[in-house]
Design a binder for this molecule. Structure first.
Ligand code: 5RP
Length: 223
């Protein structure tokens, strides 16, 4: 089975979880990435059964609007959303994640924080024993790129600025390899505390609530 087919199965599993619970007044949080693109395509078939979605990127907004899914903003929310659905670049068995391969990490963290349940959809290649093989994306205010890069090097990182890329927030991404992730919560707090960092792609302090992991022999649910 190809990775694309596994992503499709993970996306379908999220649909199977959420669709029976849809209500006309419901707003859903929607993440970003190739797995989420597949989820959006499936979700659009049920667009009459929920009110709208809050998007974590211009990319997902465009895809949803193109398929006729209403997109709203966090400002319009009266209460937390029941679900936020997103992919990950790595996830461990405690459902802590590295995200931001697509550069949408900050909006993803914000939208996820407005939902009761973070449902992570991944193919099994993303499930790891220990986080850290995937370089950690860090979103940085452009004027601070050099000083933040030095601080990240001081804590053991090998830093590469993502070439020719600006986030939806007009910031740069530093991809940081080689960090010690034995204590991801501590590392997340340390990096987020560096002046100039908008946020890092560790989602450990607020991990996922449910992971739908697509293996060749079926989708396994972790929670
Ligand atoms: C984007 C993300 C994505 O969720 C992550 O990169 C996984 O993407 P894909 O589903 O394409 O493998 O964090 O910022």
């Amino acid at each position: 089975m190809t990775q694309q087919q596994l992503k499709q199965q993970a996306a379908q599993a999220a649909i199977d979880l959420i669709v029976p619970q849809l209500k006309p007044e419901m707003v859903l949080g929607v993440g970003t990435g190739s797995t989420v693109d597949l989820f959006i395509d499936l979700l659009a078939e049920h667009k009459g059964r929920f009110k709208a979605a809050v998007s974590s990127s211009e990319r997902s907004t465009a895809r949803m609007q193109g398929l006729g899914v209403a997109v709203t903003t966090l400002d319009e929310l009266a209460e937390p959303m029941p679900f936020y659905v997103d992919g990950a670049d790595e996830i461990d068995t405690q459902l802590r994640m590295i995200k931001g391969g697509g550069g949408a990490l900050t909006r993803e963290k914000i939208v996820a924080s407005a939902a009761r349940q973070f449902v992570c959809i991944v193919d099994a290649t993303k499930l790891v024993e220990r986080l850290g093989a995937f370089p950690l994306p860090v979103e940085v205010i452009p004027m601070a790129r050099a000083i933040v890069a030095r601080r990240l090097q001081e804590i053991g990182g090998h830093v590469l600025e993502r070439a020719g890329f600006l986030t939806d927030n007009g910031c740069v991404i530093l991809d940081v390899a080689g960090l010690n992730m034995l204590e991801p919560e501590q590392l997340e707090a340390t990096i987020n505390d560096i002046p100039g960092v908008v946020t890092c792609g560790l989602f450990a302090l607020s991990a996922a609530d449910v992971a739908l992991v697509a293996h060749a022999d079926g989708v396994r649910r972790l929670s």
